[in-house]
Design a protein around this ligand. Structure first.
Ligand SMILES: [Fe+2]
Ligand SMILES: [Fe+2]
Length: 143
C-alpha cells in the first residue's frame, strides 16, 4: 500500500457515499405504510450522514494530493419496502468492511491521522447498520 493506492481506494469509497446518499433519499420517498414513518426519518438522517462522509472524503483525498471523483456508484431501488431496506443494509455492510480495510491501510503507511478520520466514519456506518437491522427485525442471536 502506498499513498497513491490509498487515494484510489478512497475515491471508490467516495463514489459509494454519493450513491448511498441518493439511494437513501429516493428510498425515503418510496417507503410506504404507517410502520415505516419512523424508518423514513431515520434513513433521511442517514442520507445527511452520507453527505457528510462524502465531504470528509473529498477533503481527505485533496489533503493526500488526489483529485476527488465526481463518479457515482450504481444505485438500487425497489417497489418493495423490505427489499429497499435490504439494499441499503447491503451497502452499509460493504461500507463498514471497506472502511475497516482503509483504516488498516492508512495505518500501514503511518497515516494514523487519516485512519482516525476514517474510523469516525466507520462508527457511523456501524450505527446505520444497527438502525437498519432493527427496522428489518434482524436478530443476530446464535441460539
Ligand atoms: Fe457513509
Ligand atoms: Fe451509512
Amino acid at each position: 500500500m502506498n499513498k497513491k493506492e490509498l487515494i484510489i481506494n478512497l475515491n471508490l469509497d467516495l463514489t459509494k457515499e454519493y450513491a448511498a446518499m441518493i439511494q437513501y433519499i429516493q428510498h425515503a420517498s418510496m417507503l410506504h405504510g404507517p410502520e415505516y414513518v419512523e424508518v423514513i426519518d431515520k434513513i433521511l438522517e442517514h442520507a445527511k450522514d452520507e453527505h457528510e462522509h462524502a465531504v470528509i472524503l473529498t477533503d481527505l483525498i485533496q489533503y493526500l494530493g488526489g483529485i476527488p471523483t465526481v463518479e457515482v456508484y450504481p444505485r438500487q431501488t425497489s417497489l418493495d419496502n423490505r427489499e429497499m431496506l435490504y439494499q441499503d443494509l447491503t451497502y452499509e455492510y460493504d461500507a463498514l468492511n471497506s472502511y475497516n480495510q482503509r483504516i488498516a491501510q492508512s495505518e500501514q503507511i503511518g497515516l494514523y491521522d487519516v485512519g482516525q478520520k476514517i474510523r469516525n466514519i466507520a462508527l457511523e456506518e456501524e450505527n446505520h447498520i444497527i438502525d437498519l437491522e432493527k427496522a428489518l427485525g434482524i436478530l443476530k442471536v446464535d441460539p
